[in-house]
Ligand binder design. Structure first.
Ligand code: GLU
Length: 587
């Protein structure tokens, strides 16, 4: 085991820094290798029986150890998540929320749980407005107690485990507790993000595990321990989620939110006690010979990915080479149309009438595809109009790249696709019991009205409402209903395009999951086309501009983790080379 860990760490931490770790601009033309584009990056991992793919080698190892012990995919996903909370604390954890897709092979059922944060009962639509009624700048809004939503992740994991877990709950906590107690090596990415964070230094208690006595951030490879987190995890292992929602940990959370000097917030004990996990139905739609299923509202992820696929089905994307101007053009136009609807309509379905069925109607999507010209950009796409909804456009909300995605498949063919988040890197900056608290309420629209200044914004803050998300945990099934792909990513509102491009890569261009993840990123959130800096895509800029597109070359931070069914009956794992994660199987 020690050897395996050493090897994993050497692979992951040999990377100089996440910021420069983008795929090389060199790639081999698909023509040269037959049907498949071979792109530089990592090679896929093959396994016979099971696979885990997630954002940190030690967390993946914790999940794989559970599978080796006979645990199922859900058990492994929980252990992986708890370990990520320790070793990738900036991105996700029990202080935040998430969405879970669990595929049960024996019944062929897809179970969907919504553990998204809710606004406290005391929150109002003025939460993020200043004294003059103007929306606060993001950085003023994000810090401290005001942005903290009621965390849903832990109750979601406990609920899922009660229904579908195999191993005992405390067993899932063993490795995560060890990591918090005995420590783990500071990773390059964690160190870079601590240094770059505009506000984590304002919260010395939260910084403490990662800093030396003099306040300097620990060096890469130095041991990070988190004794308060070890204590919290030990309590939860023993007693379940109760102390977190109605007990000693609840009190710590509420004290942290209310007593902070930086933007004290209104979260109360009753909010935690009343928190409910929602059971939802996956949104699924056919795409060519496949059925693609993903997260329904309050995430905008699933519907937007499926809308873009539904448009692309009518455009010549299969014939286009993955890194050609044609591919970027068609992809971008489809993505714009989907984002236009997303921005207008998607919000918490328990509060708003979200026209999901109409948005995914094949007739509607065919009509939308008719708006795409082969030669010319359509400019900014308008949202479609559905009965009872007025057309209107919206400012894009700021969403920031933290978050994490876990994909697991076990030896019985059960699978988990789970995306979890504390929103911005290091969340609100506040911590309680060794874990960071989210700033997920900033995913609401700060402005309670649409741009017309009259219509209520569907994603405005309301008490107990869930902010709109972009998280898109996804699974794909073939004609026989067999699971063929599990995938998801962090990346704020760009998550949708990261997942979409990976689906096209695997389903249409027949890349393996790792090659699809390695693909240089392009995306369009109904604004300029974004091309990943330092890649071959930069050369397409003039040609795309000639078609009328505004083009920006940007650094993109996808963190895709996916698993694909192998032709030999095993599994192929892929992990994004842009982050520190790995895929790990049983051979
Ligand atoms: N808060 C975002 C959401 O739920 C995710 C943020 C991220 O990926 O960085 O959609």
């Amino acid at each position: 085991m020690r050897l395996l860990l050493a090897a994993l760490l050497a692979t992951a931490f040999a990377l100089p820094s996440f910021a420069v770790d983008v795929p090389s601009k060199d790639y081999i033309d698909p023509e040269a290798t037959g049907a498949v584009a071979v792109l530089e990056g990592r090679d896929a991992v093959h396994s016979k029986r099971y696979m885990v793919s997630a954002a940190h080698p030690l967390a993946v190892e914790a999940g794989a150890a559970i599978l080796a012990k006979g645990g199922n995919a859900l058990d492994a996903a929980i252990a992986t998540q708890l370990a990520l909370n320790v070793v990738e604390p900036q991105s996700s954890g029990i202080g935040g929320g998430g969405f879970l897709l669990y595929y049960e092979a024996a019944t062929k059922k897809l179970h969907v749980l919504d553990g998204r944060e809710t606004a406290p009962t005391k929150a109002s639509e003025k939460l993020f407005l200043d004294a003059d009624g103007k929306p606060l700048p993001f950085l003023d809004a994000v810090k401290g107690g005001r942005s903290v939503g009621v965390p849903g992740l832990l109750l979601m994991l406990e609920t899922a485990h009660r229904n579908h877990g195999y191993l005992d709950w405390p067993t899932l906590f063993e490795q995560p507790i060890q990591l918090a107690k005995q420590g783990f090596p500071m990773s390059p990415r964690l160190r870079d993000l601590l240094i770059a964070s505009p506000y984590i230094r304002e919260f010395p208690a939260s910084l403490q595990p990662y800093a030396n006595r003099d306040g300097t951030i620990k060096q890469v490879g130095e041991t990070v321990t988190n004794a308060p987190m070890a204590k919290t995890l030990s309590t939860l292992a023993l007693k379940g989620a109760k102390p977190f929602y109605d007990g000693e940990i609840a009190a710590q959370i509420v004290d942290a939110v209310q007593d902070t000097k930086i933007n004290p917030g209104g979260l109360e004990l009753a909010d935690l006690k009343e928190y409910k996990v929602r059971v939802r139905e996956a949104v699924c739609a056919p795409y060519r010979i496949y059925t693609v299923c993903s997260m329904p509202p309050p995430s905008s992820g699933g519907v937007t990915v499926l809308q873009a696929l539904g448009v692309l089905e009518h455009l010549p994307i299969v014939e286009a080479k993955p890194l050609s101007a044609d591919a970027v053009h068609y992809y971008s136009e489809a993505s714009k149309l989907a984002y236009a609807d997303r921005n207008r309509y998607l919000a918490d379905p328990d509060f708003e009438d979200v026209p999901v069925e109409a948005m995914l109607s094949p007739y509607y999507l065919k009509e939308r595809a008719g708006l795409v010209s082969p030669e010319k950009s359509m400019g900014k796409a308008e949202a479609g109009v559905f009965t009872s909804h007025a057309p209107a456009t919206l400012p894009t909300l700021e969403e920031h790249p933290s978050t994490t995605h876990i994909s697991v498949v076990d030896a019985q063919g059960n699978a988990v696709s789970m995306t979890t988040s504390i929103e911005n890197g290091f969340g609100s900056g506040l911590s309680a019991g060794g874990f960071l608290l989210n700033n997920q309420l900033t995913d609401f629209s700060f402005n309670p009205l649409l741009e017309d200044g009259q219509t209520p914004h569907p994603n405005r803050v309301e008490p107990n409402k869930r902010p709109r998300s972009s998280m898109s945990p996804t699974m794909v099934f073939d004609k026989e209903g067999e699971l063929v792909l599990v995938v998801g990513s962090p990346g704020g509102s760009r998550i949708i395009d990261y997942v979409l491009q990976t689906l096209i890569g695997v389903l249409d261009w027949k890349l393996d999951i790792q090659q699809a993840i390695n693909l240089p990123r392009y995306l369009n959130m109904n604004g300029p086309i974004e091309l990943e800096a330092g890649t071959a895509l930069e050369a397409l800029k003039p040609e795309l501009e000639a078609r009328g597109h505004e083009v920006r070359v940007t650094e993109t931070g996808s963190g895709l983790h996916g698993i694909q069914k192998d032709a030999d009956g095993g599994w192929i794992g892929g992990a994004d080379p842009r982050r520190e994660g790995i895929a790990l199987g049983d051979r």
